[in-house]
Design a binder for this molecule. Structure first.
Ligand SMILES: [Zn+2]
Ligand SMILES: [Zn+2]
Length: 250
């Protein structure tokens, strides 16, 4: 299965060659540009600011008066610490839409490079890289799991093992949009599990979970909970983009 997956990704890479057009606006660029982004898009992206939440890593307004964002102060999390690269705006959204819904799987490698540079700014260390899983049927329809491509690229550059099949979605979950924290939690109950034929021991291991976007963190929380139950000692979370806080000024 894994080989087939790689084959599909390779096929898509050939169909949509990377590093010719900017992954955000589509203008022609040369191959030397970082992350295959043109200068304008590099400037326009909402990169990480000085002020971030000390728990989930969400970007906070510069004049924010707390160490933790409203969500982290109110709900808490099952992971130890989160890190993110950009705030989810119009351009960032465009890149993720192309990546997830237009078959442009090669974008995942560029996002993996962004994650790599982002994480090299942090002291947090980990033993194993794990992507957030997709429901198998959905993944087969799309042809790839977007988090897995990013995770594999990241792990390759960081020279850490990537357990792309470690977590699995055991059932389909309804869309989370518009749901409150409690409903999201209920939605996810028992929907994520450690694969039975997982070859990695999780006992005492530090895991870095990877996903494309961080919104409320409920899926990442559920993954973290499951990993901890399986013995993981620490769980870190790394995403390309983060949403804004529910109450940014509090
Ligand atoms: Zn551009
Ligand atoms: Zn937070």
């Amino acid at each position: 299965m894994r080989m087939i997956q790689r084959g599909i990704e390779k096929g898509l890479e050939a169909l949509y060659p990377s590093n010719i057009y900017c992954i955000s606006c589509g203008s022609i660029i040369d191959k030397t540009r970082d992350y295959a982004l043109c200068d304008v898009c590099m400037e326009t992206f909402h990169w990480l600011g000085q002020k971030t939440c000390g728990k989930c890593g969400k970007i906070l307004p510069e004049d924010y008066r707390h160490e933790l964002c409203y969500d982290c102060r109110t709900f808490g999390h099952d992971f130890d610490r989160g890190f993110t690269c950009v705030q989810y705006g119009l351009y960032e959204r465009g890149v993720l839409m192309d990546y997830k819904y237009k078959g442009k799987s090669y974008i995942g490698r560029k996002l993996g490079d962004i994650l790599y540079d982002r994480m090299s700014l942090e002291a947090a260390d980990f033993d194993l890289v794990v992507p957030v899983p997709m429901y198998r049927k959905k993944q087969n329809q799309r042809g790839y799991n977007q988090a897995a491509i990013m995770a594999r690229r990241f792990a390759q550059r960081r020279q850490k093992p990537c357990a792309a099949e470690l977590l699995q979605r055991t059932r389909k979950t309804p869309p989370m949009k518009g749901l409150g924290a409690f409903e999201r939690h209920e939605n996810l109950k028992g929907a994520i599990a450690v694969s039975r034929d997982n070859p990695y021991s999780l006992e005492g291991r530090r895991i870095l979970l990877i996903d494309d976007i961080y919104t409320t963190g409920s899926t990442l929380d559920e993954c973290s909970r499951v990993l901890r139950e399986a013995g993981a000692s620490r769980v870190y979370v790394l995403t390309f983009a983060c949403g804004t806080n529910r109450k940014p000024r509090q």
